[in-house]
Ligand binder design. Structure first.
Ligand SMILES: *Cc1c(COP(=O)(O)O)cnc(C)c1O
Length: 377
């Protein structure tokens, strides 16, 4: 097939449901074109009722902003150490550095690809022995697959270290019937353009503590004290979501469940058509785990095969991507300590993310699968 003739298939592109423009139009008509307004409150209410478990949401400008404020609210500051899942997007770790603290990276477990409970406990003991108890743990539900909530939270409470639950990729996932985003002392969501729902850019901080939500909003709106003039006793940020983008979010919340179904349909399609290939392996859900299957990922048998597949897909105008490069391998974090077992290095070598948008059509999926089968033949 000629690259110019074939439609580009993206890894994960925005998928509007239809009512988003109504909410945005209403904001224009009522002149709520401001960083506050009824859509912001409405979007927060929608998130809160979706997640349940008495979770409260503060809508912010990005998931990264939510991580930054979340770590700050957990008390992370200059010279602290924060344990962070190594296999993740850099945004999980960067806010640790914004606060002048040091990330310490923890490798993954095979069963979920997320933070390894064994390495986590080894790291906590070792840091305490070295004289500094970690201030927080950043655990991530990568690609929508929940981390081992029971084991990770048991270790965290044993050593009394709070968890920041990075649920940026896992809105719609659940663990033993409870939604991801409700487990951490603080959790975050992202509504970036490639996520399961999008506001074109945005995020949310999640908490069960009303005063924590209020404090997050206070910090996100320039930390303005009660006074007729502008009075400040703390450093603030401009991190609040706008009423326009929140309108997009309200429309997207109406199709979230559909998007989860469609993303899971993609995974099932790939698995059905490729599972018999001995060179490929899929990550199954352990019992009680439900992944939103934000991205469908495959493990190949070698780096060479992974690259062969990626390049064959690119030649057919199909976007795919290696798995997240672990943070302990990133040049920017070379001076950070890490606790490793080889799992994330191996996954990064051999793993590939396949196109996974909820707007993929069956023809697209057949096209992708046939390219992969051709390489394996
Ligand atoms: C997308 C993402 C973020 C950051 O969210 P933004 O809204 O893009 O700032 C954080 N963590 C993970 C795991 C992500 O995938």
């Amino acid at each position: 097939m000629n690259i110019i003739d074939s439609k580009r298939i993206w890894l994960s592109s925005p998928h509007m449901g239809g009512t988003e423009q109504d909410f945005v139009k209403e904001a224009f008509e009522t002149n709520w074109v401001a960083p506050l307004g009824p859509n912001v409150n409405g979007f927060e209410n929608d998130i809160e009722s979706y997640l349940g478990s008495e979770t409260l949401a503060a809508a912010l400008s990005s998931g990264t902003a939510a991580l930054h404020l979340g770590l700050k609210l957990l008390g992370v500051s200059h010279d602290d150490e924060v344990l962070c899942q190594s296999m993740t997007f850099a945004a999980s770790a960067n806010p640790i550095v914004y606060l002048g603290a040091k990330p310490i990276f923890i490798d993954s477990e095979r069963t979920t690809w997320n933070i390894c409970p064994e390495q986590l406990e080894i790291a906590i003991k070792d840091r305490i022995a070295k004289g500094k108890k970690p201030k927080a743990i950043v655990a991530v539900h990568l690609y929508g697959m929940p981390y081992n909530v029971e084991a990770v939270h048991q270790i965290a409470s044993k050593y009394e270290i709070p968890i920041l639950e990075d649920s940026a990729e896992a809105l719609g996932s659940s663990y033993h019937g409870i939604k991801c985003g409700t487990f951490g002392d603080i959790a975050i969501l992202s509504f970036n353009g490639n996520k399961i729902i999008t506001t074109s850019g945005g995020g949310a901080l999640l908490t069960k503590d009303k005063s924590c939500k209020e404090k997050a909003i206070f910090l996100a709106t320039q930390a303005r004290d009660q006074a007729p003039h502008y009075e400040h006793s703390e450093i603030g940020y401009n991190y609040r979501m706008s009423n326009i983008t929140a309108g997009i979010g309200r429309g997207q919340m109406q199709v979230l469940d559909d998007h989860v179904k469609l993303r899971r349909r993609n995974f099932d399609f790939y698995k059905k058509h490729l599972d018999h290939c001995s060179e490929l392996q899929f990550l199954d859900e352990p019992s009680g785990y439900i992944s939103n299957r934000w991205l469908t990922c495959i493990e190949t048998t070698s780096y060479q095969l992974r690259e062969g597949l990626r390049m064959a897909l690119a030649e057919e105008n199909i976007e795919s991507r290696p798995l997240w490069k672990p943070m302990h391998q990133q040049a920017v974090f070379t001076n950070c300590d890490s606790y490793l077992n080889g799992v994330s290095d191996d996954l990064f070598d051999r793993g590939l993310c396949l196109p996974s948008g909820s707007n993929l059509e069956e023809d697209d999926l057949y096209r992708i699968v046939s390219v992969i089968k051709n390489v394996l033949r």
